[in-house]
Design a protein around this ligand. Structure first.
Ligand code: AMP
Length: 283
């Protein structure tokens, strides 16, 4: 695996391979890699000739400075994992390489960004769009792989690619979970043993609603979840939203045949965790 640090170099490498007619896959990450990230690398390797992975903790998508500072940084271990996973190029740029003095793209995506994560983390998705559009300019690959774990991010990136006319196929990959059901996340490393055990309530809650949604209205479920989580020792619900999986707009009734996502954000201690489940309603 080759490690690349500059924008110019990575762009040249991508263009050279593209000219050779090779199929190129790309997995953007913020590092602190775990099985979830590696599943994206695996998926890329299955359908592409060469796989690129970036490790860049993007300052512009953190609305909370402490979260940015405490974000785990384990580059050496990450590079070893990438090598073992069969990644071909690791792009590990500095902030200056990514943002020399670029103006962010102006997109009309308010309808996707003013709900859920966007409501509670103002500016977060502007930062995500800024960094992913820049990475896509530097790595104009054929396919980019994203986890369904960040459901809203995936919808926004799909819309971004459409609005910017970028010829990149966005591939959605399933959520990889720990044995307890907790969605893998770099932030899980910051949980204490007790918090980590209690955090499994997040996925249990999502599964319970999926199995029994007809028994209560949307609002009743939201209230029930709020109450259940308020009774835990370490967890605090930030939001639970039932949304249309395409428009991300909140639903207030269960409508037969509609594909929905239930998205949840929970603080466990002072670590913020998100998760979701997607399915089609059948009444
Ligand atoms: P991050 O490093 O958190 O920015 O994540 C990089 C990519 O890995 C994003 O596309 C995430 O959605 C994806 N990802 C993170 N955690 C998981 C997981 N548990 N399962 C699948 N994909 C994940």
């Amino acid at each position: 695996m080759e490690i690349v640090k500059t924008s110019k170099e990575i762009q040249d490498i991508v263009l050279k391979h593209k000219a050779n007619g090779e199929q190129l896959g790309f997995v953007p990450t913020m590092g602190a890699l775990h099985e979830g990230h590696l599943s994206l690398i695996k998926q890329s390797r299955q359908s592409c000739d060469l796989t690129f992975c970036s490790i860049f903790v993007n300052p512009t998508q953190f609305n909370d400075n402490e979260d940015f500072e405490k974000y785990p940084r384990t580059v050496e271990a990450d590079l070893e994992l990438l090598e073992l996973a069969g990644c071909n190029y690791a792009f590990v740029p500095s902030v200056e390489e990514i943002y020399p003095e670029q103006k962010p793209h102006q997109l009309k995506i308010d309808h996707l960004t003013n709900v859920m994560e966007g409501k509670f983390r103002p500016g977060h998705f502007d930062g995500v769009v800024q960094v992913v559009s820049r990475l896509f300019e530097l790595l104009p690959v054929h396919k980019a792989f994203f986890g369904q774990k960040d459901f809203q991010q995936l919808a926004i990136i799909q819309e971004m690619v459409k609005q910017l006319n970028m010829d990149i196929d966005i591939v959605s990959c399933p959520i990889v979970r720990e044995e307890s059901g907790l969605a893998m996340s770099s932030r899980n490393e910051r949980l204490t043993t007790q918090e980590r055990a209690e955090a499994s309530i997040i996925y249990q809650t999502l599964k319970e609603i999926k199995a029994n949604y007809k028994e209560h209205s949307v609002q009743e479920w939201q209230e029930k979840v709020r109450q259940t989580i308020s009774q835990t020792e370490y967890c605090r619900l930030e939001y639970i939203e039932m949304v249309d999986s395409k428009s991300l707009q909140a639903i207030s009734n269960w409508n037969d045949g509609q594909e929905i996502a239930i998205c949840i954000a929970v603080f466990c201690g002072n670590v913020r965790l998100i998760d979701n489940i997607v399915f089609t309603l059948q009444l």
